[in-house]
Design a binder for this molecule. Structure first.
Ligand SMILES: Cc1cc2nc3c(=O)[nH]c(=O)nc-3n(C[C@H](O)[C@H](O)[C@H](O)COP(=O)(O)OP(=O)(O)OC[C@H]3O[C@@H](n4cnc5c(N)ncnc54)[C@H](O)[C@@H]3O)c2cc1C
Length: 154
């Protein structure tokens, strides 16, 4: 059951239920996603991590995370990928600011195409990637968001 809070100040008598839909469970959505955007500690902050959520939305994908991100509460626990979390197998995995520790990569073995963004070209995740960008993760994320918005508008 998914509960939504009404915006503050909205009188309940002005609200009418038009339609209700059962949402796919979070974990199934992540495990069955064709595109996953995964963020690690290299995203730098909760605010920057939220940009990955927007990127995933524009790509029609799901957001995943590493353990430090979940521990820092930048996102929900259900997004954790790896030994202690979920096993994913998206057609395309975007990995932003993730080092590629074995406990994390244990959960992404089923991904046939990986795009990694990391400031450190020697990071394990960069060695695993099909495409590796040596760059600031948040800057690349914002550039992709801008480009996708432009293309989706036009
Ligand atoms: C028993 C056990 C179980 C575990 N289970 C899991 C698990 O299920 N899942 C999991 O993820 N972890 C798990 N871990 C933790 C794991 O060992 C790693 O510590 C964790 O995966 C590292 O997360 P990270 O890559 O986000 O952070 P870090 O290792 O700190 O890596 C951050 C990366 O971001 C890069 N970076 C920094 N700044 C930028 C920037 N501005 N732009 C681009 N790149 C940048 C850095 O070069 C680095 O490669 C487990 C550990 C243990 C001991």
């Amino acid at each position: 059951m998914e509960w939504l809070a009404l915006p503050a100040g909205l009188p309940p008598e002005r609200v009418r239920l038009i339609k209700s839909e059962r949402l796919a469970p979070r974990e199934q959505a992540l495990e069955n996603a064709g595109v996953v955007v995964c963020g690690g500690r290299g995203m730098g902050s909760k605010k920057k991590f939220r940009n990955l959520m927007e990127l995933a939305r524009l790509l029609g994908g799901q957001v995943a995370a590493t353990r430090p991100v979940v521990y820092a509460r930048w996102c929900e626990e259900g997004a954790l990928v790896g030994q202690a979390g979920r096993q994913i197998k998206p057609q395309v995995l975007f990995s932003f600011g993730v080092s590629g520790a074995i406990q994390h990569t244990a959960g992404i073995g089923g991904s046939p195409f990986i795009v990694a963004v990391n400031k450190n070209p020697s990071a394990v995740m960069m060695q695993m990637a099909d495409v590796g960008l040596v760059a600031d993760a948040n800057q690349v994320c914002l550039a992709l968001i801008r480009e996708l918005r432009k293309r989706l508008r036009g």
